[in-house]
Design a protein around this ligand. Structure first.
Ligand code: DNO
Length: 355
């Protein structure tokens, strides 16, 4: 398993490659062309330039998060073919640049959802949090303003202002898309891209829905073991795989994460490992990575990854905002660096105790 950190790119991220390089044990970044709109083709030159920049800093690109999927593909509208072709083109260019992991999600309209981006914790840090009651009181079109207020001036992944301006239109477009339809459209997309994935050995790793239940009446299909099984079985190819995100799947306390890791072994291509604290049903807040700070057993999670011989990249995920840092919520340097160091400590102990 390779320890990595998510990096949004120069001009978008407050964290630099030089800083990431100094976190012990971190050898790669998970990055993206953050300025690209869903559906836009990534040219090989742009990917090459990004790769050079990362490598010059002594790191490598361990994977892409995300190549976002155009709504036409999720909705299954007539123009989807063109966007699928463009996606295939992007995959080909990534493959040519020797990049073999792509994280994406298939959530309608919104990517992840939170009710608060800066909830104070007793230690004085702030975290992202979710409260279903608060979300129920807010209209979808107000959601962006609500979040933007605490975004510290950063563009949030999946909440680009260009999209949020069209939010009503987007909702209307998804009107006839129920869970079944969304699933069919995902399978259609996967079947169309598998040949290029096989040709270039690109592992697609779908990100679970966050939180792991329907929000604003929009369907969610990557939420638990049964749903994920169905998706993996529908396209039986190792290149059709999963990003195991403990924070997203862990939002539902019924998801037994270590057991799911064992169950999906071989189809997990990327791991996001973070802790969350369950407050009440439908209410959770993010925590430090340490097991004792939240509700998840991080030792058991890392042990399941080691036991199943997981080889892909792992990254600490959302961190708390600490020590006065001003960064994109969840993506500051300090707490994620602490997270990486902690996960590496668990890893060393688990690996040595197996010998
Ligand atoms: C939020 C992230 C998501 C994730 C995408 C993957 O912080 O976990 O935005 O990157 O859903 O496509």
């Amino acid at each position: 398993m390779e320890m990595t950190l998510r990096w949004f790119g120069t001009g978008y991220d407050s964290v630099t490659l030089e800083q990431i390089r100094q976190i012990p044990g971190v050898t790669g970044v998970i990055t993206t062309l953050y300025g690209k709109q869903p559906g836009e083709t990534w040219s090989q030159e742009e990917i090459h330039a990004l790769k050079e920049e990362v490598e010059k800093a002594g790191l490598r690109i361990a994977g892409i998060e995300s190549v976002n999927i155009h709504d036409a593909i999720k909705i299954g509208s007539d123009d989807r073919e063109q966007y699928i072709e463009q996606y295939i083109e992007t995959l080909r260019h990534l493959g040519e640049e020797d990049i073999h992991l792509v994280c994406y999600n298939f959530m309608p309209v919104f990517d992840w959802t939170r009710s608060d981006l800066a909830k104070p914790r007793p230690d004085g840090s702030t975290v992202l949090s979710y409260d279903q009651q608060k979300v129920d009181q807010i209209r979808p079109e107000e959601m962006f303003q609500n979040l933007d207020e605490h975004a510290n001036g950063f563009i949030l992944p999946g909440w680009e202002p260009e999209r949020m301006e069209r939010i009503k239109e987007l909702f209307a477009m998804y009107q006839d898309v129920n869970e079944e339809k969304l699933f069919e459209n995902l399978v259609y997309f996967l079947k169309r891209i598998m040949p290029v994935c096989r040709e270039y050995d690109i592992y697609m790793a779908i990100h679970p829905d966050d939180p792991a239940w329907p929000v604003f009446g929009l369907p969610r299909i990557i939420t638990d073991e049964a749903h994920i099984d169905r998706m993996l079985d529908a396209v039986e190819d190792v290149h059709n795989g999963l990003t195991f995100c403990t924070g997203s799947l862990g939002s539902n306390p019924k998801n037994d994460l270590p057991s799911m890791i064992r169950h999906f072994a071989g189809r997990i291509h990327f791991a996001h490992v973070r802790n969350i604290h369950h407050v009440a049903p439908g209410v959770f807040e993010e925590a430090a990575h340490l097991s004792s700070d939240g509700s998840l057993d991080m030792y058991e999670i890392m042990k399941a990854l080691v036991d199943t011989e997981f080889q892909g990249p792992v990254r600490p995920d959302h961190g708390r905002m600490i020590w006065g840092e001003k960064a994109m919520p969840g993506y500051g340097l300090y707490d994620r660096a602490l997270g990486a160091a902690y996960l590496n400590g668990l890893l060393e102990a688990i690996e040595k105790s197996k010998k």
